[in-house]
Write a protein that binds this ligand. Structure first.
Ligand code: URA
Length: 232
């Protein structure tokens, strides 16, 4: 094994231990779950084209005030257009605004580890935000911005048709579930949402400030894994 692989594996196991993972399954079916096989690799087809159509419709959006408040670019979403699992965050931050890709900063790196902890890769899932442009100074999105932008997220969900959606943090969970309940009350339950099962969990940025909550996130991710494995 290459040293770099060994380092990555060690880091992966350390993170899994922090999440509270008690052991590693030797079940080949489980290990194969995250692997991209030729059959599971997205083929250019309806979801890819339909997603491109949603992106084209969004265009160089000026529908809300964020376009004039310093956004560099629209951060549409990234990943497998045919994904079973979709993550929804709040809004792009500074790194995302520069790169045009959601969850690439510090919180994004933690999200990548969370995805890998359930045996998947970033490329296997789809990642998007409730709003597609960075709010100035990373302030919370405002109601008119959410109202204007969320139809595009709904279209993304309807095209991708994920089986499971993970709402990352209070803002995404409250926006999707149309509630003001705190994330601590929302998480730990499964919601029916646009044909998918929705699981709210803590935002990775919150986990960076509150590492002890990784255990709860691991509980949520085990539920995600169970739902993805189930036939229903
Ligand atoms: N936080 C989010 O909610 N979304 C991102 O894309 C990055 C950080």
């Amino acid at each position: 094994m290459e040293l770099v692989d060994r380092d990555r594996l060690a880091e992966h196991l350390k993170f899994a231990a922090e999440l509270g993972v008690a052991g590693v399954s030797r079940d080949p079916a489980w290990r194969a779950q995250g692997a991209v096989t030729p059959e599971s690799r997205p083929v250019p087809g309806i979801p890819t084209e339909a997603l491109a159509a949603v992106r084209a419709d969004l265009g160089d959006c000026t529908r809300c005030k964020l376009h004039a408040l310093g956004r560099r670019q629209i951060v549409f979403g990234v990943g497998n257009p045919d994904a079973d699992l979709m993550f929804v965050g709040e809004a792009p931050g500074g790194d995302e605004d520069i790169q045009g890709i959601p969850f690439v900063g510090q919180a994004g790196q933690l999200l990548t580890k969370i995805i890998e902890a359930i045996g998947l890769k970033r490329d296997d899932v789809y990642i998007a935000n409730v709003i597609k442009c960075r709010p100035p100074q990373n302030r919370n999105p405002e109601p008119d911005e959410v109202e204007t932008c969320e139809p595009f997220l709904f279209q993304q969900i309807d095209v991708i048709k994920p089986r499971v959606i993970v709402a990352l943090g209070k803002f995404a969970a409250q926006a999707l579930l149309r509630t003001l309940d705190p994330i601590s009350r929302l998480r730990g339950r499964v919601y029916d949402y646009r044909g998918a099962k929705l699981i709210p969990t803590f935002h990775p940025a919150y986990l960076l400030r509150n590492p002890s909550s990784k255990r709860e996130v691991w509980e949520d991710m085990k539920l995600v894994r169970k739902l993805l494995k189930s036939e229903v």
